[in-house]
Design a protein around this ligand. Structure first.
Ligand code: 13P
Length: 249
């Protein structure tokens, strides 16, 4: 995986069957074939293996949207990091707010998942972000600090590190955080993570990013890339964002 200065990561969430995933990737690959920097796509588990062969020796890296913290075991319905790795994943999203809210993932569970992902040679992309209520109460930094501390404290890792700032109120709402908020929060996250791990993280922004606002978001100096939900499902929108990020490399 070769991470450019602005990394584009699509998160398909629970969209696209295997057939739909293959059709999308077949159409995407020729358009990005001569890119040197990787484009990342977090796909449903079922699409990993079928996309695996297609993405070999291409700039497209496929990954998963969650995993269990155990190596293996009697955990019905769960998936292990090494299964994802063998199926072709090179990275995994961890701590997405939809997982925190819908599946009760706590900070300490996310910490264990990050440790396991690193052991299984998967690059974790750790998602953090405050809710609208927390922002209104002026507690954004307090919440982010708690999330970062629980996830990263005690972790022994000096390699690439990707953190996605995804304010919960901006996800799927059409309301992006302002450049000012993003700039301030990214600086805050960078400082906290560096203090905890001694590693400077690359910080992605996520939350209603699309082809129209990507040029503004990507131009913010401490935005290391975008994590894109809805707009990654549409080939033209996703391509337009990728092409824009390419102009910064
Ligand atoms: P949207 O881009 O649809 O707001 O989703 C953001 C997200 O949750 C990416 O992980």
């Amino acid at each position: 995986m070769k991470l450019g200065s602005k990394v584009i990561v699509g998160n398909w969430k629970m969209y696209k069957t295997v057939t739909e995933a293959i059709a999308f990737v077949d159409a995407l690959l020729p358009k990005i074939s001569n890119y040197k920097e990787s484009v990342l796509l977090a796909v449903p588990f079922t699409a990993l293996w079928p996309l695996h062969e297609k993405c070999k020796n291409t700039p497209l890296e496929i990954g998963a949207q969650t995993m269990n913290s155990a190596e293996e075991g009697a955990f019905t319905g769960e998936i292990a990091g090494r299964m994802l790795k063998e199926a072709g994943a090179s990275f995994v999203l961890l701590g997405h707010s939809e997982r925190r809210r819908l599946s009760g993932e706590t900070d300490s569970v996310i910490h264990k998942k990050v440790e396991r992902a690193l052991e299984d040679n998967l690059l974790p992309i750790v998602c953090v972000g405050e809710t609208l209520e927390e922002r209104k109460e002026g507690r954004s930094e307090e919440v982010l600090e708690r999330q970062l501390k629980s996830v990263f404290e005690g972790l022994k890792w000096k390699g690439d590190l990707l953190v996605a700032y995804e304010p919960v109120w901006a996800i799927g709402t059409g309301q992006t955080a302002t450049p000012d908020i993003i700039d301030n929060i990214h600086a805050f996250i960078e400082e906290k993570v560096e203090a905890l791990l001694g590693v400077k993280p690359r910080i992605l922004y996520g939350g209603s990013a699309n082809s129209a606002n990507a040029p503004t978001l990507l131009a913010i100096p401490n935005v290391g890339g975008l994590l894109i939900g809805g707009a990654s499902l549409d080939l033209e929108s996703f391509l337009s964002i990728i092409e824009n990020s390419h102009s910064f490399q």
